[in-house]
Design a binder for this molecule. Structure first.
Ligand SMILES: [Zn+2]
Length: 284
């Protein structure tokens, strides 16, 4: 399949009521695990990259993994830049071949967030790259995005409506009570707010902080308009734990491709579990 942006997968998902998983990759093997799991489940999928991962490997390398895998598979695969505050990094990713980017100016005042998002849309649109913006502040710790729970602000539906009317935005990440990282206790999701934002904006919404939410919460959020569901922490844990557990059970083994093979299979299982949970299987 050719490389596609969010508009090739999200409007259909929102219309038909399923979620497209956006999985934060860490290296080539995890990227391959995500694409293979999507292929085996005939599901559209989003390869998501944190700015930290992009910085570690370099734009050209990550874009080459994406092209190599996306062009050879029969399912739609999007390459998306997650939570980026730096316009220069966004520019470099657009030039390298990302098909979608997120500008995270949610810690700024509303007007500044609007202004920065407009700038990114101006950079992205001519290249056919879709744009995600954040409203309110999604709490938790992810990369260098840290917002203490007391500072956490939920997205305001009226402001969300105004924000989306003022811009030709492709998708919106409203803060609705989910958090990045591992939940301590039961998260309190503002379903009413989510419903209102979905209705007032009409856009596909992105659900952040997906790791650890119950099947019931996923189903409800997806039904209310969350067409993109982010999974990062879960893959980080499987990435490390699978490698370590393989070594613990094979202490004499120093042929790393065996560890990598086990790790790839475990990552695929985790991605598959989420794809099925979001109702994306068979929707490619
Ligand atoms: Zn996030």
């Amino acid at each position: 399949m050719p490389c596609v942006n969010m508009n090739a997968v999200l409007p259909k998902a929102r219309r038909e009521g399923y979620g497209v998983g956006a999985f934060n990759i860490l290296d080539y093997a995890s990227t391959r695990a995500v694409v293979q799991a999507a292929e085996e489940n005939a599901a559209p999928v989003i390869i998501q990259t944190s700015p930290k991962t992009v910085q570690f490997w370099g734009c050209g390398t990550v874009a080459a993994w994406y092209r190599e895998l996306a062009e050879k598979t029969g399912v739609s695969v999007v390459l998306h830049l997650d939570h980026c505050k730096d316009l220069e990094v966004i520019r470099r990713c657009i030039d390298a071949g990302w098909t979608s980017v997120m500008i995270d100016a949610s810690s700024r005042p509303f007007e500044e967030n609007l202004e920065l998002t407009a700038k990114v849309i101006q950079m992205a649109s001519p290249a056919g790259v879709t744009v995600e913006a954040e409203l309110g502040e999604i709490k938790g710790v992810e990369e260098d995005v840290a917002v203490s729970s007391t500072q956490a602000r939920l997205a305001d539906p009226q402001k969300a409506a105004l924000f989306c009317r003022s811009l030709s935005l492709d998708l919106l990440a409203p803060a609705i009570g989910t958090a990045h990282g591992i939940y301590k206790g039961e998260p309190r999701i503002a379903f009413d707010r989510l419903e209102e934002i979905a209705r007032l904006t009409g856009l596909p919404l992105a659900l952040h902080g997906g790791t650890g939410l119950s099947a019931e919460v996923f189903t409800r959020c997806i039904a209310l308009g969350c067409a993109k569901v982010n999974i990062s922490t879960s893959l980080k844990h499987v990435f490390i734990d699978s490698f370590v557990s393989y070594q613990n059970s094979h202490p004499q083994e120093y042929e790393p491709v065996k560890h990598l093979g086990f790790q790839l299979e475990e990552l695929k299982k985790d991605v598959t579990r989420h794809i099925r949970l979001f109702g994306g299987a068979g929707m490619a």
